[in-house]
Design a protein around this ligand. Structure first.
Ligand code: IMP
Length: 173
C-alpha cells in the first residue's frame, strides 16, 4: 500500500474551509441551522467547518456506509439515524466525498421525505468524473480527479483517517 504526497495540505484545507464557512455564514444570516454530519468519513471536516460557521447552529449525525474497500456498492446502509426531528428546520448536510453520488442521493431523498424547511449539501471533495447519478451540491471544498484518496477523515479499510492532509492511495506501485 502506498500513500502519495499530499494532494491538499493541512494548510490548504484550512484556508478553503474558512472560505466555505464564510459563504455559509452569509447565506444563513438570521436563520437557525441544523448541521448534519455523515459519519464516519466527515468527522474531521465537520468539526473544522462548524467551528468556522458564525451563525446559531445545532448538530446531529448519521452513520452511513456504501463502500467496501475501494469500491462503491451502490447500496446504502444507515447504521445510526438522526436524533433530531428535522421537520421545518434548515438542514445543512455535511459529507466527506461525493463519488458515484449514490450515497448522497439516497440520504438527501431520505431527509427530504421528513419535510425540512430547506436542505443544502456541503461536500469536502467532489469526484465529478465518477458520477453515476445527478446530485445537488451547494458547497464544495475541492474538485478531484478519479483517484482513491485517504486522510482528513477518509479511509481505506478504516485506516488513514487520522492523516491531517489528503493523499492519493494506491494498493501497490
Ligand atoms: P458514492 O456513493 O459513490 O458517492 O460514495 C460516497 C462514499 O464513499 C463517501 O462518503 C466515502 O465514504 C466513500 N468514498 C468514495 N470515494 C472515496 C475515496 O476516494 N476515498 C475514501 N472514501 C471514498
Amino acid at each position: 500500500m502506498v500513500i502519495g504526497k499530499p494532494l491538499f495540505t493541512a494548510q490548504q484545507i484550512q484556508k478553503r474551509i474558512k472560505e466555505l464557512a464564510d459563504e455559509i455564514t452569509e447565506d444563513y444570516m438570521g436563520k437557525e441551522l441544523l448541521a448534519i454530519g455523515i459519519l464516519r468519513g466527515a468527522f474531521m471536516f465537520f468539526s473544522d467547518i462548524v467551528r468556522n460557521i458564525n451563525t446559531p447552529l445545532e448538530i446531529d449525525f448519521l452513520i452511513a456506509s456504501s463502500y467496501v474497500k475501494t469500491e462503491s456498492t451502490g447500496e446504502v446502509k444507515i447504521h445510526a439515524d438522526l436524533r433530531e426531528d428535522i421537520k421545518d428546520r434548515n438542514v445543512l448536510l455535511i459529507e466527506d466525498i461525493v463519488d458515484t453520488g449514490l450515497t448522497l442521493k439516497y440520504i438527501q431523498e431520505m431527509l427530504l421525505s421528513r419535510s425540512p424547511a430547506s436542505l443544502k449539501t456541503c461536500a469536502f471533495l467532489d469526484k465529478k468524473p465518477c458520477r453515476k447519478v445527478d446530485v445537488k451540491l451547494d458547497y464544495v471544498g475541492f474538485q478531484i480527479p478519479d483517484e482513491y484518496v485517504v486522510g482528513y477523515g477518509l479511509d481505506y479499510e478504516n485506516k488513514f483517517r487520522n492523516l491531517p492532509y489528503i493523499a492519493i492511495f494506491k494498493k501497490s506501485i
